[in-house]
Design a protein around this ligand. Sequence first.
Ligand code: PLP
Length: 372
Amino acid sequence: MSFDVPFIRPSFPEPRLIAEDAQRIIESGWFSNFGPAERELSSRLAEYTGQGVSAITVANATLGILAAADAVFGEGDRSRRVLVPSFSFAASAQVAEWCGFAPLFVDIDPQTLQPSLEHARLLASEGHDIAGIIHGNAFGIGAADIDDWVAQSEEWGVGIIIDSAAGFGSVYPDGSRLGARGACEVFSFHATKPFAVGEGGAVTSRDPEVIARIREFENFGFAGSRMSAGRGMNAKMSEFAAAMGLRQLERFDEELASRREVVEVYRDALDGSTARLVPGLELSSVCFATMVIPHEDQLAATRQALAGAGVEFRDYYNPPVHLHPRFERWTTGALPETERAARMVISLPVHADMAARHVAAVAEALRAGATA
Ligand SMILES: *Cc1c(COP(=O)(O)O)cnc(C)c1O
């Protein structure tokens, strides 16, 4: 089915710029394996994130989280648990399993929809053997209590990795960019994210040692020779993807500003409605605009108005990960706030340089839904 307003509309650099990059890559004869474009992108990403971080690119965020989990948690066994959010994408729970651990799903704070530290503490008090934490900044929005999570991980003596996949360019409420908290933060550059190269991602950390280990992991565990010193995988970014990333970075701040303007139009349209945009959305890179509609009639009316206007929308993250067929085996009970929120969310399209008539079509449907 095609929509007048698609949920995702990726933005690409000008073809002539891609052609220039292709020519340079072909002349260099360097296709992959940490070539000049990859090295430049890694250093630019670290510079952009600031706060003294180091960065390394990866083939995608899921492999980035896997590499990070290997570096930070080590080898697992199924009797030990890695805390992961359920109100998120499935990647972190998949990684917990691939590392040999069992995922332990954390509920959310109903106000922020971010992972609930209170629930994590409750799970720990029930006697689970917690080997590590994969926190998830929901929707790429920086959680306001991220420092409390880091402090808690230190108190438990376990590492914390932050899945910030949709949040490259987002800032935490204190104004610092995502990327410098926990043992490391992981970003996705998938086609559906605000900073897109197609398939790709990056890991950033204040600890260069973590980045060095991830770099080895993503190249078969090779440490300075072609012999595997540790566990590894192939998770390297190609030169073409890296060149695309360098181009995207040139226009990224402008695109972010234009995405954030769309949020304000949606916010105005929701004035007087029971619906609210998720807190902190305006500080994020706005992968999309998720709202919560607690009033059932308004929820139904909004869905109908959006569909009627040809607006494609989603209900991230519904169903939550602990209810996916693969993960039901690890659940330790219901996650009431996660399950409640999953029934009340609508995620709205936000594009960079979104056409005014598209923004207006969404806003009009929001107004129609609010008066139901
Ligand atoms: C997109 C996303 C991922 C996966 O990223 P890939 O680069 O596609 O592997 C993981 N976690 C979250 C929260 C995401 O939004």
